[in-house]
Design a protein around this ligand. Structure first.
Ligand code: IFM
Length: 751
C-alpha cells in the first residue's frame, strides 16, 4: 500500500505529463516514463547528469543519449502502437519502492487478434551505469509480428544536437548497439553498449535489429535489454568499459541485476521512508516526492548537485539553482548526511568559478552562479525569456541580481554543520566559501552614512516578479545569516584550528576584510516588522498597487504571458511570484515571534501567485508553525502532488518548463518532518513540536542528527524514539517544554 503510482487507459494528451511522472533514474542518468513505441516527438529522453553541451547556439543543456528501449511492432505491415492502434487495455505504473516502471497494453489487430505487450524497466542503483528492461509479447492466437528493437539515434533535444557518434561497432548482427559519442562543445566522451537477448519457444528470425516472430498463443517472446552508459569523466576508456560491463550484467541475468538494484533502493528507503497512517493519498504523495529526489540525487559523485527539474529532461538547462540548498538539502542532511555532503561539496569545488563571476561583475569574493552546471560557471543567460507578444528577447536580472544565491550557499554549509555536528567541512574548503561569500556581500553593499547601516541595493529577491529592488527582505536577512556564519567560523577556527585559520586568512588575503565582515554583520539593515508585524518585502513595496491575484489575472491578454521582467503585469503591484518574506521566516524561525509569523503569513498569502513550484511548500511550513493546520495540510498536498497531478505551469512565456519538481519534493519532506513533526535542531539542541494533520493517525520516520540515528513514531499524543545507530543512549531532546535524556535506546513520551 502506498507504493504504486499507476494510470489506466491511454490518453494522448497526457504523454508529456506521464513522461515526467513515470520517470526512473539513479543520479547518473534519468529515463523519462515513455513507452517503447515512442520517439522524440513524445519526448523520450535518457538524460545524463554531469554531461552538458552547447552546440554553438549559446544555450548549454544536459545531453540526452539515444534511446536503447525503442521498439517498433508491426502486424501485416501495420504498426502496433498506442499512438495509432486499437488499444483494448492499457496500464502504466511505477513501483516507487523498487524504482520499477511497468506497462501492460493489449492491442486488437485488424484481424481481431489480441496482442499484449508488457515491460518492466529500472535504472540500477547498485550499478549506476546500468539501465535494463524486460519486454514481453504474447497473443491470444497465432500471429506473425515484425519487431524492430534498437537504440533510437534520433534524440529529442531542446537545443540540440549535442554529439557526434565517433565510433560504432555491432555484434550479433546488430548495428549501433555499441557506440561512443563525443559532445560538440567540450568533447566529452560517453559510450553506450546495448545488449538484446531473446528468450522464447516461438519461431523467429533475426536480421540485425529486426525480429520476425511467429508468435503462438501458447508461447511468449521475451526481449531483455541491458544498456550500459559509461562516461569518459569517470573512466579512461568508456568504450571498452561499457562493453565489458554490459557483458557482465547480461551474464548475470535480469533477475540478478534487478535483485542487486532492489537491495540498494530498499536500504535507502529504510532511511528515507515516511509512513503515514490514516491518509493513503498523503502517504503516496509524500513517498512519491521522496522517490523523485532519490532518483535524481548524486549518490555517486560530488561533481554535481540536483538539477531544478531532476533528471527528467533538459528543462532549465539541467542546472542547479538555490533550490538544492534551500529546498532539498535538509532531507538528505537528516537521512543520509554523506549524500548531503556531496551536494555541499559541489559548491566548495566550484569556489573558483564563483570568484570569477564576482570579478566579471566588478565585485570581490564569491558570487555563485544562478544556474550552475558541471563547470561551476553560470549557465543563466541575460535574456532568459522571450516576450510572447513581440517575439523579442526579454532581459531578466536573475544572473546578475539574485545575489542571494551566495548566502544561500552559505546556508547549506551552515545547515550541514548544525544538523550533522560535523565541522570538518570547514577544513575541506568550507571556510574559504563562507569567507568569500561574506566578502562578496561586503563588496556589493552600500554603506548609508546617514543611517549608519549597510544596504543591499538593486537586487532581485526570491520573488522574481520584482527585479532590481532595494533591500529585499529575503536577501538582507540571508546576508546577515551568512555574515554571522563568517563571524562564527572565525571564532570556531581561531579556537580549534588556529594554524589552519591563519594560513587561510593569509592565502585569501583576508586580513583587512575581517573587520569589514564583522562590522557589516552588526550594521546590515534587515527590515523590521512594522506596527502590524508585517515586514516590507523591499523598499517601497507597500506603495505598489494592491490587488488580488484574480484581478491581476483578469488583465492578462494571454494565459502564459510572463508577469515579471521589466513590464509584466505584476511588476508594479504587490503580487508575488513566490514566497519571499515567508520563506525567510520559515528558514530562520527562531528569529521571529509567532505573532510576527502570523501577520506576515496572512499578509503575503493573499498576494502570492505561487507562480513557482517553490512556493506552496513554504506557505505550508509556516502555516504549520502558526497552527493553521488546514492551510498547512492543503498547501503541503499541493506541493506533494505537483508531479502526480501535473498541476504546474508548462510555459514561462514561450519557454517550456515541464518536468519533475525536486524543490517542491524537498519542500514536501520539510513540511512533513519539520512542520508536522516539528523537528528542530539549533544551537539550543534538538526539539520536537509535533502537530499531525487531523487525518493522520500516526507518522513514522527515521532521522540522523549529530551522530545519532533514530526511528521516530508520532501519534496524536505520543512520541516514541528508538535509537538505531551506534550510539544507544544519551540522546538529549526537548518536547512540550521538557528536556529528556535517553538512558537506553527507546523512549515514549506524551506531548
Ligand atoms: O530557482 C527557481 C526560481 O526561484 C523560480 N523559477 C524556477 C527556478 C528553478 O526551480
Amino acid at each position: 500500500m502506498g507504493w504504486l503510482v499507476s494510470e489506466e487507459n491511454f490518453d494522448k494528451s497526457k504523454i508529456e505529463l506521464f513522461g515526467s511522472k513515470f520517470c526512473i533514474g539513479n543520479g547518473n542518468f534519468g529515463y523519462r516514463g515513455t513507452l517503447e513505441e515512442y520517439g522524440k516527438e513524445q519526448l523520450c529522453a535518457l538524460t545524463l547528469s554531469e554531461i552538458y553541451d552547447d552546440n554553438g547556439c549559446g544555450w548549454r543543456e544536459p545531453v540526452n543519449m539515444p534511446n536503447p528501449f525503442h521498439i517498433n511492432l508491426s502486424v501485416g505491415g501495420g504498426n502496433i502502437s498506442v499512438l495509432g492502434s486499437n488499444v483494448a487495455k492499457h496500464e502504466q505504473s511505477l513501483d516507487i519502492k523498487h524504482g520499477i516502471h511497468s506497462r501492460n497494453t493489449t492491442f486488437v489487430t485488424g484481424s481481431g487478434s489480441r496482442v499484449s505487450v508488457s515491460s518492466e524497466r529500472f535504472a540500477s542503483m547498485a550499478a549506476p551505469e546500468l539501465i535494463a528492461e524486460k519486454y514481453m509479447l504474447s497473443a491470444d492466437s497465432d500471429i506473425d509480428i515484425v519487431m524492430n528493437a534498437g537504440p533510437d539515434m534520433d534524440v529529442w533535444d531542446i537545443n540540440g544536437p549535442h554529439f557526434n557518434v565517433i565510433r560504432s561497432e555491432s555484434s550479433g548482427g546488430n548495428t549501433d548497439n555499441h557506440f561512443l559519442i563525443e559532445t560538440i562543445e567540450k568533447k566529452y566522451q560517453v559510450s553506450m553498449c546495448v545488449s538484446y537477448l531473446v528468450q522464447t519457444g516461438c519461431d523467429y528470425k533475426q536480421d540485425g535489429n529486426q525480429y520476425t516472430i511467429h508468435l503462438t498463443k501458447d508461447d511468449s517472446f521475451l526481449l531483455t535489454t541491458y544498456a550500459v552508459i559509461t562516461k569518459g569523466i569517470h573512466c579512461a576508456d568508456p568504450f571498452a568499459e561499457s562493453r565489458a560491463k554490459c557483458e557482465c550484467f547480461a551474464g548475470k541475468g535480469f533477475d540478478q541485476v534487478l535483485k542487486e538494484h532492489e537491495a540498494v533502493i530498499e536500504k535507502r528507503w529504510r532511511s528515507y521512508d515516511i509512513e503515514i497512517e490514516g491518509d493513503p493519498y498523503a502517504q503516496l504523495a509524500v513517498r512519491y516526492s521522496i522517490y523523485l529526489l532519490l532518483i535524481a540525487a548524486p549518490f555517486h559523485t560530488e561533481g554535481i548537485a540536483i538539477p531544478a527539474r531532476g533528471l527528467s529532461g533538459q528543462v532549465y538547462k539541467g542546472a542547479m539553482f538555490w533550490d538544492t540548498e534551500i529546498y532539498m538539502l535538509q532531507m538528505f542532511l537528516f537521512e543520509e548526511p554523506e549524500i548531503a555532503k556531496n551536494l555541499v561539496m559541489y559548491r566548495v569545488k566550484h569556489l573558483k568559478e564563483a570568484l570569477e563571476k564576482a570579478a566579471e561583475f566588478g565585485y570581490e569574493g564569491a558570487f555563485y552562479p544562478w544556474e550552475s552546471q558541471e563547470t561551476g560557471k553560470d549557465g543563466c543567460t541575460l535574456y532568459n525569456l522571450t516576450d510572447i507578444f513581440t517575439g523579442r528577447k526579454m532581459r531578466t536580472y536573475f544572473r546578475d541580481k539574485q545575489i542571494h544565491i551566495s548566502p544561500d550557499v552559505v546556508f547549506g554549509l551552515y545547515k550541514y554543520m548544525e544538523i550533522t555536528g560535523d565541522y570538518s567541512i570547514l577544513l575541506q574548503g568550507g571556510t574559504e566559501v563562507i569567507l568569500e561569500c561574506a566578502r562578496f556581500l561586503y563588496s556589493y553593499s552600500y554603506f548609508k552614512k546617514s543611517r549608519n547601516r549597510y544596504e543591499l541595493l538593486d537586487v532581485t529577491g526570491a520573488d522574481e516578479y520584482h527585479e532590481r529592488v532595494n533591500n529585499n527582505a529575503y536577501t538582507n536577512y540571508m546576508a546577515k545569516m551568512a555574515l554571522k556564519c563568517a563571524v562564527d567560523t572565525r571564532a570556531y577556527m581561531e579556537k580549534n584550528h588556529k594554524a589552519e585559520w591563519d594560513s587561510i586568512v593569509k592565502k585569501l588575503k583576508f586580513e583587512d576584510d575581517l573587520a569589514h565582515i564583522d562590522e557589516m554583520h552588526r550594521l546590515i539593515y534587515t527590515p523590521a516588522p512594522g506596527k502590524d508585524g508585517v515586514i516590507e518585502q523591499f523598499d517601497g513595496y507597500f506603495k505598489e498597487e494592491d490587488l488580488s491575484v484574480r484581478e491581476l489575472y483578469s488583465r492578462r491578454i494571454k494565459e502564459n504571458e510572463y508577469l515579471g521582467s521589466l513590464c509584466g503585469l505584476a511588476v508594479n503591484t504587490q503580487i508575488l511570484k513566490q514566497a519571499d518574506v515567508v520563506l525567510m521566516m520559515s528558514l530562520r524561525p527562531d528569529q521571529f515571534t509567532k505573532e510576527e509569523k502570523r501577520a506576515n503569513w496572512d499578509y503575503y498569502e493573499k498576494r502570492t501567485e505561487h507562480g513557482s513550484s517553490l512556493s506552496t511548500c513554504i506557505y505550508a511550513l509556516l502555516a504549520a508553525e502558526i497552527d493553521e493546520k488546514t492551510y498547512a495540510y492543503d498547501y503541503m498536498m499541493k506541493a506533494a502532488t505537483i508531479d502526480l497531478v501535473g498541476n504546474y505551469k508548462l510555459y514561462l512565456g514561450d519557454l517550456y518548463i515541464g518536468g519533475t519538481h525536486p524543490a517542491a519534493n524537498g519542500g514536501t519532506w520539510m513540511v512533513t518532518v519539520l512542520g508536522f513533526g516539528g523537528l528542530r535542531v539549533n544551537a539550543d539542541g534538538v526539539s520536537f513540536v509535533p502537530d499531525l494533520p487531523d487525518s493522520w493517525n500516526s507518522m513514522s520516520y527515521h532521522f540522523a542528527c549529530r551522530g545519532y540515528e533514530a526511528d521516530c513514531k508520532l501519534t496524536k499524543t505520543t512520541m516514541t524514539l528508538h535509537l538505531t545507530g551506534q550510539k544507544k543512549s544519551g540522546f538529549l531532546f526537548n518536547i512540550g517544554g521538557k528536556t529528556y535524556e535517553m538512558t537506553d535506546d527507546s523512549i515514549t513520551v506524551n506531548y
